[in-house]
Design a protein around this ligand. Sequence first.
Ligand code: GLN
Length: 388
Amino acid sequence: MRLKNSRRFYLAYSSTVIEKLQALGFVTIGRLNMDEFAMGSSTENSAFQITRNPFDTERAPGGSSGGSAAAVAAGFLPVALGSDTGGSIRQPAAFCGLSGLKPTYGTVSRYGLVAFASSLDQIGPLAHTVADVEIVHNAIKGFDPKDSTTMPDSAYKKWSGSLGDIRLGVDEKMLEGLSAEVRESFDKTLNFLKGKVKSVSPVSLPNQKYGIPVYYLVATSEASANLARFDGVRYGHRSGDAKNLAELYEKSRTEGFGPEVKRRILLGTYSLSSGYYDAFYGKAQAVRALIQKDYNEAFQKVDAILMPATPSPAFKIGEKTSDPVQMYLSDVLTVGASLAGVPALSVPGPAAGLPIGMQLQGPNFSEDMLFALGKAVEAEFPQKRAAL
Ligand code: GLN
């Protein structure tokens, strides 16, 4: 939210994830830049500043957790938390040469996280190594009585297999439209993993082609409901010159929200409105169930799926801001796991120039297996650090 000439937010309590980390002795340094309400893929929708990519300051660090990725990639911090609703940990991790985890939905408490799309939002770490991501994920996960969507701890399966047991799947359809350097990185990663895992076989996730429209209907619908509380009375910016209650709502929301947030509230409110609900929100929920079903079927055949995290490396600042649809399309490889709720790890793949992220997705609670695969990839393709 735009907070200029406005009351500041004073936080009355800490989130569960921060309390858990502090209890273990982690030092929390501060808050980092991000897209307003986590809506964006480049951090250019921030209410505060532009964040630059430490590998090339003309380029975006990704988003929405771009401040987290840039701060870690620049060497300011060993690890940072981000939130991932449709890719906002994995994509900035990929753009900034880091590993980042979107955990299984319900694994990490959302208590204290500002809600964007509650059925998709998850908190996860971004770090230089998979081992650091693993340490922080294990520190923040677990049942929380303050978040009724967290899973009981008994739901976790301990994975004690080895790489040689893993059946890896690839959906060729997901590889259409990649930039040449991402395709090359993917091929090299797959080639390397072929020599390590039990098998590599084709899988089909046919409804992923609807992932972007489904995600942008579900996420905006939930956002329009979640952001209703920012009315100038209970939460957020309060307009100083309203003459009555209706004007207070209208002016507070008009002044406080940025353009992307307004666009999404409009989209979401429309798709939930009577007369359009069945055609938009209802349809999107039905296709979301099909995307989940595709994953369930694929995970009967394979244990994990490999695909890139993004179709291209970091784009230039300003390159996509004039066309929101182009910005939305850059999430094509990440939204599927979010809609299905399954875990996904982005890990740097081989890259001659800008960093490129490879993505490993697995069934619910398969984080340990994804970490094992990710560690093998990072050991084979060591990363350069950003030269600042
Ligand atoms: N880029 C996606 C969006 O704009 C994902 C955001 C996120 O994961 N928070 O909604």
